[in-house]
Design a binder for this molecule. Structure first.
Ligand code: GLU
Length: 492
């Protein structure tokens, strides 16, 4: 079999959408699985809507996700000559023709057809113009588009979709579509095929929203006497109301950039996106890169649309809960050194990074992450919920404040007293701290949980966290004592 060559051809008219990222990822997986090539092509022919900012955003998004390309980025506008040459070749061999119908004429016909309740389709007025008639119209300066000539006979165009099976359409149901505009600009259907032929693309993996394009593009491949690639159409990604997810209705949660800003681990997002439209055939949910490449097949792309389970009304879940859970699973299980690198960037951004975390305090730093990561969902949690480990100024959670602190006003005095006990200990260990805390609780006549939970609140700002005494010794006596003494401020 010849080398597998797949492509991702985004139109640079906005940010990298998670649907686009999913398309890129599936193509990339297929290339990696078959030791083929993944080609990046920027389809920038819509010069009015294409922007440099969007191109950079797309490249940046892919790079962040870890999706690397082997060729490109190629730019479609660099190949306009090829597109025009292909259109001319099709005119020459009778597969395309010039059409001089004006917008107004077409509109009038369209309205008449609609009024007669018939399907709108170009009526073929210019199909049979003779070379002389064409020359005369051109001499008069009449503008023309180039239309593809759909075979004017009984019959069908068909191809075998790797996911959906055989797809066919009758010729009569396909209109003679425009491939070059009257201003000389070739259109998507043509450019895309010409580029795929030139780039020797063997497999086209894209969304089902392209199905109507595919059937017309198969006709173009045939007319250009090129081999038709393998097509695999992925299901769409819909919201709970079965609407396509889009920036307009769903906002920034559809942009890859959003997940980066929210503290996602890039591979966790890749993992989530792959499962939106593909399944391994068993109940596995978490995959390393190697496992995913190994497991991936086009045949296991789902036929039915994927549901992006996002409930705007639940702020805890700022996106699909499954995405958050997958990210949390990665946080819990990734090698701690890798988490260390990712959290370093977060701490630097939040101005909480200390260079000794790379040297003398490296062990302490990694141990801290290991102690707290179990409860976290995103990398941001390390600098927000975990702030108390890296800074002395941190907020206290509402529940920690009311449930563990303010409920017992005497704690205002008790906690500084506990601080004195800790300070007086000959050695500050998990055991000695625990013993001191329990003895203290007994003396003041309360359950040990009361001073212990209150200590957690003032030391970490949180209701829950790692084992309390382990936490004491990890943070060190000095910080523990200072925070307990400072507890009075919460009662003012
Ligand atoms: N530029 C097209 C898009 O972004 C490419 C579609 C394709 O052929 O894969 O939708």
């Amino acid at each position: 079999m010849s080398e597998v060559r797949v492509r991702f051809p985004p139109s640079p008219t906005g940010y990298l959408h998670i649907g686009g990222a999913r398309t890129a990822i599936l193509n990339w997986l297929y290339a990696r699985k078959h030791h083929g090539k993944f080609i990046l092509r920027i389809e920038d022919t819509d010069t009015e809507r294409s922007t440099q900012e969007s191109i950079e955003g797309i490249l940046d998004g892919l790079t962040w996700l870890g999706i690397d390309w082997d060729e490109g980025p190629y730019f479609q506008t660099d190949f306009t000559n090829d597109h025009i040459a292909a259109a001319e070749k099709m005119i020459a061999n009778g597969n395309a023709y010039r059409c001089f119908c004006t917008k107004e004429e077409l509109e009038a016909k369209r309205e008449a057809t609609l009024a007669a309740k018939q399907t709108v389709k170009y009526d073929g007025t210019c199909r049979h113009l003779t070379p002389d008639e064409i020359a005369a119209k051109q001499a008069q300066g009449q503008p023309s588009v180039i239309r593809f000539r759909v075979p004017d006979k009984e019959g069908i165009v068909a191809y075998e979709d790797k996911v959906l099976g055989r797809i066919e359409r009758r010729f009569v149901d396909i209109e003679d579509f425009v491939i070059v505009r009257s201003n000389g600009k070739p259109l998507y259907l043509l450019c895309n095929v010409v580029d795929d032929i030139r780039d020797r693309i063997t497999h086209i993996i894209r969304g089902q929203d392209h199905l109507t394009n595919t059937i017309r593009q198969v006709l173009l491949y045939e007319a250009l006497e090129a081999q038709i690639p393998v097509f695999a159409h992925m299901p769409l990604t819909l919201d709970l109301n079965k609407a396509k997810i889009s920036k307009r209705s769903h906002g920034e949660i559809v942009a890859v950039q959003f997940y980066r800003a929210k503290g996602f681990i890039p591979w966790a997002l890749v993992n989530f996106l792959v499962l939106l439209g593909w399944s391994p055939g068993d109940d596995r949910e978490i995959f390393t890169k190697e496992e995913l490449i190994e497991a991936f097949t086009l045949e296991r792309i789902n036929k039915s649309h994927a549901i992006f389970n996002y409930r705007k009304d639940d702020p805890k879940f700022f996106t699909d809960p499954k995405a958050i859970n997958i990210n949390a699973q990665y946080l819990r299980t990734m090698p701690i050194a890798e988490i260390g690198e990712l959290v370093k960037k977060e701490l630097q951004e939040a101005k909480l990074w200390d260079d000794t975390y790379d040297t003398d305090k490296k062990e302490w730093y990694l141990q801290t992450l290991d102690m707290i990561r179990d409860r976290f969902h995103t990398l941001k949690d390390f600098t927000t919920l975990g702030r108390a480990y890296f800074a002395d100024d941190f907020d206290i959670e509402e529940a920690a404040l009311t449930k563990n602190l303010l409920k017992y006003p005497e704690l205002k005095n008790w906690l500084p007293m506990l601080a004195d006990r800790f300070e007086a200990l000959p050695e500050f260990t998990n055991e000695s701290a625990e013993q001191a805390a329990r003895e203290f609780a007994e003396e003041i006549g309360v359950k040990p949980g009361i001073p212990i939970n209150a200590s957690r609140a003032v030391i970490t700002g949180l209701v829950k966290g790692p084992s309390m005494f382990e936490l004491f010794t990890h943070l060190g006596r000095e910080k523990v004592v200072a925070r307990l003494r400072n507890a009075a401020k919460y009662f003012e």
